[in-house]
Design a binder for this molecule. Structure first.
Ligand code: AMP
Ligand code: GLY
Length: 417
């Protein structure tokens, strides 16, 4: 099978890495990709947001499977454009991707499906905003209703900050604060059958001890030794299947990757958010543990045949990823800084540890330089979280990128040193 992956972040690098290890994949292409993906896939300089251009590329390559990675092309209808050419495509329709694109729509679907989530108000006027902030009290949770790559959310004890963020949005969801650890659970679905993957934990704040602003995610680990072994089944029954059923009932079936961001509160599991795509950086650790070849699974979802797909196989071991972010991330990331040490990791730490590229490119001299806020996702596997964590940090320490920062406490609480 010839596979084309759309996107160019560490998530797409993780997808391409897994696909490159899948014996059923005869050719691997990516658009636009990045400097790291170029080592496992052929890159094409096609705009990921241009549905017609992506569909043309897929057709010209004879792709048997197209995987649309990021939310922006999904919300722009790129998966629809490719599917219209009769090419199996992994990624929801534009209409179903609104589940991620609009927080208000997601709340409406959850209410209809009886899915547990934070109580919330959708506000459009300053008076509604003040009423909602007052109703819930601190900590305030204020979410821009539009797509904001995980950065439209402000959680703060400070009323003035909460109010200022809310007033800056056209439509804003203000909701109850959910206490308790967060879990990211992904499910592959063809619109009917739902196959959950293994849960992971993401670290959303920029700095150690969950300090600093929210980011797209600074690191992740899997499995979650503290989680109830019945968690995945429970979330399948109470969250994932009802949501997929409700979207099908509405005539906008959701096929692709359903990402449930969950809070495990003292009153039970609550959905924080849905995304319509693989999470980044959680994908890096989830796919590191998936033993089932990836192309067949995603192809089954794209062709409506998940019901007969064999049960997934997982490694018993663990995986940890640490994101290296550029100077100034998330507020004002600096780009163009050279990255050193990649070859050292490849020579000394592979195959257990490896570097997945997010925002990287080659400059005119052929050097790999930073090209985005999150630059690298240093990933490692091990027999347990302690060894995976040790390997990930040993590899991360070999990398140098001027002015970069990374968290030092990814998976620290679940490792034994
Ligand atoms: P979201 O984009 O909705 O995932 O929000 C980003 C992050 O903000 C989440 O991962 C949480 O850490 C935090 N957050 C969002 N909603 C809530 C909530 N209701 N209670 C507590 N924290 C939240
Ligand atoms: N890591 C969070 C996200 O992908 O939205």
């Amino acid at each position: 099978m010839k596979v084309l992956v759309i996107g160019g972040g560490a998530r797409e690098h993780a997808l391409c890495r897994s696909l490159s290890l899948d014996p059923d994949v005869t050719a691997l292409h990516c658009a636009p990709g990045n400097a790291g993906i170029a080592e496992v896939a052929r890159l094409h300089p096609v705009d990921a947001l241009d549905g017609a251009a992506v569909a043309d590329l897929a057709a010209s390559l004879g792709a048997g499977l197209v995987i649309v990675g990021p939310e922006a092309p999904l919300v722009a209808g790129v998966a629809d454009a490719v599917r219209e050419r009769g090419i199996p495509t992994f990624g929801p329709t534009r209409e179903a991707a609104v589940l991620e694109g609009s927080k208000a729509f997601a709340k409406d679907v959850m209410a209809a499906a009886g899915v547990p989530t934070a109580r919330s108000y959708l506000c459009t006027t300053p008076a509604e905003i003040d009423l909602a902030l007052d109703a819930f009290g601190a900590p305030y949770v204020v979410k821009d209703d539009g797509l904001a790559a995980g950065k439209g959310v402000v959680v703060t004890d400070d009323l003035a900050t909460a109010r200022a963020h809310a007033l800056g949005c056209d439509r804003v969801v203000i909701e109850e604060f959910l206490d308790g650890p967060e879990v990211s659970l992904f499910a592959v679905t063809d619109g009917e059958t739902v196959v959950p993957l293994q849960p992971a934990q993401d670290f959303k704040r920029a700095y150690d001890d969950d300090q600093g602003p929210n980011t797209g995610g600074m690191g992740a680990y899997s499995p979650l030794p503290w989680a109830d072994p019945k968690l995945v089944d429970e979330v399948l029954q109470t969250v994932l299947q009802p949501t997929v059923d409700e979207l099908r009932r509405r005539g906008t079936p959701f096929a692709g990757l359903l990402y449930a961001g969950l809070a495990i509160t003292s009153r039970g599991v609550r959905v924080i958010e849905f995304n319509a795509r693989f999470g980044d950086p959680e994908t890096q650790v989830v796919l590191a543990r998936l033993k089932t070849p990836l192309a067949g699974l995603l192809h089954a979802a794209a062709t409506g045949t998940l019901a007969t797909f064999p049960p997934l196989r997982w490694s018993d071991g663990a995986a940890v990823t640490v994101v290296i972010a550029s100077h100034g991330y998330p507020e004002s990331p600096r780009t163009g800084d050279p990255i050193e040490g990649l070859a050292d990791v490849a020579e000394q730490d592979a195959p257990e540890a490896y570097v997945l590229h997010a925002g990287t490119e080659r400059d005119a001299d052929g050097r790999v330089v930073s090209a985005g806020g999150r630059v690298l996702s240093v990933t490692a596997t091990g027999s347990d979280l302690t060894s995976a964590r040790r390997r990930a940090y040993r590899a991360a320490d070999r990398i140098s990128l001027e002015g970069s920062h990374h968290r030092t406490d990814i998976a620290a609480k679940v490792a034994s040193d």
